[in-house]
Design a protein around this ligand. Structure first.
Ligand code: SF4
Length: 251
């Protein structure tokens, strides 16, 4: 386990060294809680605030951490996810910034599709994901040179082509997936060993958790992503945050 952790830290150090400013898109899933813990332990202190030059006299300036951490609140998350968000805030020194969707865009989507319009078609579902996730993500990534995610290769058929470090042409910056070769077992071994907080829905057969209306529990033996958008084909099951360009072209 220590060797795996050291490899993750080395990947993150490379990201900070070569691609600052770096941010971590924290979905609050089990993998991302491992990364939260590793980042908080190994990259805990903010960079010194500028004493002169741009921003030096801004009274509202915030300290910049080596790896800034943020989550997307779609407005449709399950309560245990909010509970975990609070726990992360209370436990870790690295602040968790929360981005929300543009309210006018949500109002327009709901007016055109209905409040649960995402059940109607893949197109309508992807529109909802765009408004509630992709657009806020674009805002969160603005000005960054790299982002870090907790993707693992064996999570879904749509993730097999990901790399540990590669240019993300969809968002226009470098993308690091330091847990790419970790197994589900590795993730839970770390969580147990380091007493990392996690979403309590995982204890109720929710291995992958997103928005409440688009996530359900699975039965033993089912694929770990079977509870996400369960009414769609496996190759459609991405929300636009992690789809490699070539996969998008195929869809
Ligand atoms: Fe909308 Fe469901 Fe996508 Fe959440 S997961 S943004 S509710 S379609």
């Amino acid at each position: 386990m220590q060797q795996k952790i050291d490899q993750v830290v080395a990947v993150l150090q490379q990201a900070v060294r070569d691609f600052s400013p770096v941010c971590f898109a924290n979905s609050l899933g089990a993998e991302d809680m491992v990364l939260t813990d590793i980042i908080a332990n190994h990259f805990p202190l903010p960079n010194p605030l500028p004493q002169a030059g741009e921003g030096a006299n801004d009274p509202l300036r915030e300290p910049l951490y080596p790896i800034e951490m943020f989550s997307l609140d779609t407005g449709r998350l399950p309560q245990p996810t909010y509970d975990l968000m609070q726990e992360v805030n209370d436990r870790y020194s690295v602040p968790l910034k929360v981005y929300f969707p543009d309210s006018a865009a949500v109002e327009k989507y709901v007016a055109q599709n209905g409040v649960n319009g995402f059940y109607g078609s893949v197109e309508s579902r992807k529109s909802c994901c765009f408004v509630r996730k992709v657009e806020p993500l674009r805002r969160a990534l603005r000005g960054k040179k790299a982002w870090v995610t907790g993707l693992r290769r064996d999570q879904a058929v749509t993730r097999g082509s990901q790399e540990v470090s590669a240019f993300d042409a969809d968002f226009g910056l470098q993308k690091f997936n330091p847990l790419l070769e970790w197994s589900n077992k590795d993730v839970w071994a770390y969580i147990r060993q380091c007493d990392v907080p996690y979403n309590k829905l995982h204890d109720q057969f929710y291995p992958s958790i997103g928005c409440a209306p688009c996530t359900r529990s699975i039965t033993p033996g089912e694929d770990i992503r079977a509870g996400r958008w369960w009414w769609e084909n496996p190759e459609d099951k991405e929300c636009g945050l992690h789809v490699a360009s070539r996969v998008l072209k195929r869809a």
